[in-house]
Design a protein around this ligand. Structure first.
Ligand SMILES: Nc1ncnc2c1ncn2[C@@H]1O[C@H](COP(=O)(O)OP(=O)(O)OP(=O)(O)O)[C@@H](O)[C@H]1O
Ligand SMILES: [Mg+2]
Length: 274
């Protein structure tokens, strides 16, 4: 099946797949570093408003796959179609402007700025006067600045960090810094949100709350891709799971299907899936 064409809706497509039902289609993505294929011939589709997990042992290629989807790396081969448009060759900020936002495995926040200011950074792209107008303190920019601050508070509310709005971002515990990064990504108003190990550094209670938050994000109409090692969270909240091993897709299906797949069990040697 040619996934890109199916997603584009220009050809008949597979039975049961209405054109436009998929937000993203990656086809035959390959990325090699030196002699090593970090991502090898990976094809998959993401349905609109789905929560889809991407799992696999350490070094399986999950983060590199995100880097290919968000323009950090260009694939050696393959294509990425988002809302029926190709993302190939576009820089990260253009891909973000089209509605693809992500968080990073290693948190990237401005630790000297306050929690609220970190989210405001994500919002500046959506105002007309932008950074220049703000620094000149034009009246319009001042109005926008007030709007941005209010919006930032909304996103902090959503992730449960409203009480910490004025704290320096660097003073937050690691797990909350991850939530802050999510708030900033959401502030760019994405259609697709890519999360890279959001539960790392969270305790069991916080992980459960994170699951609820991801449901809320999906209910806002945002499609979620979830790279995560916490199998309890993955199996509980994902509708579909894609499994990578040594850069290749070894399984794809419902949580139940992949959990019982012999290749998946072998890749994990039973450890993380138990
Ligand atoms: N910039 C790079 N240069 C060279 N090799 C790289 C680079 N980025 C990733 N790799 C290699 O590509 C492979 C896939 O790495 P990647 O970080 O995508 O895996 P991952 O599935 O995200 O792993 P983890 O679960 O540990 O985060 C690894 O073997 C890694 O060492
Ligand atoms: Mg990774």
């Amino acid at each position: 099946m040619n996934v890109a064409r199916t997603a584009g809706g220009t050809e008949g497509g597979a039975p049961g797949f209405a054109p436009g039902e998929h937000l993203l289609a990656a086809e035959s993505l390959t990325k090699t570093f030196g002699g090593l294929a970090a991502v090898k011939n990976v094809s998959f589709m993401v349905r609109k408003e789905a929560i889809k997990a991407i799992i696999g042992p350490n070094g399986a290629g999950k983060t590199t796959l995100y880097d290919l989807l968000t323009g950090i790396y260009e694939p050696d081969e393959g294509s990425v179609i988002f809302e029926e448009k190709s993302l190939l060759g576009l820089p990260p900020h253009r891909i973000c402007a089209m509605g693809v936002a992500r968080t990073f495995q290693t948190v990237r926040i401005f630790s000297q700025m306050t929690v609220q200011e970190n989210v405001m950074v994500g919002l500046h792209k959506s105002t007309s006067s932008g950074m220049v107008g703000c620094s000149l303190r034009l009246p319009r920019a001042r109005r926008e600045e007030a709007w941005i601050a209010e919006e930032a508070t909304r996103y902090l509310d959503l992730v449960g960090l409203e009480m910490q709005a004025d704290s320096p971002a660097g003073s937050l515990p690691y797990g909350q810094q991850r939530l802050l990064e999510m708030a900033r990504a959401l502030a760019t108003r994405p259609k697709l949100l890519l999360l890279d190990e959001p539960a790392s550094g969270l305790n069991a209670y916080e992980t459960r709350e994170l699951g609820e938050l991801i449901y809320r994000i999906r209910d806002m109409g945002i499609t979620v891709l979830l790279v995560e090692h916490d199998m309890g969270l993955v199996m509980r909240i994902s509708e579909e799971v894609l499994v990578l091993d040594y850069g290749e897709v070894i399984a794809e299906g419902t949580p139940e299907e992949v959990r019982n797949d012999p290749r998946v069990i072998e890749a994990y040697l039973g450890s993380e899936l138990e």
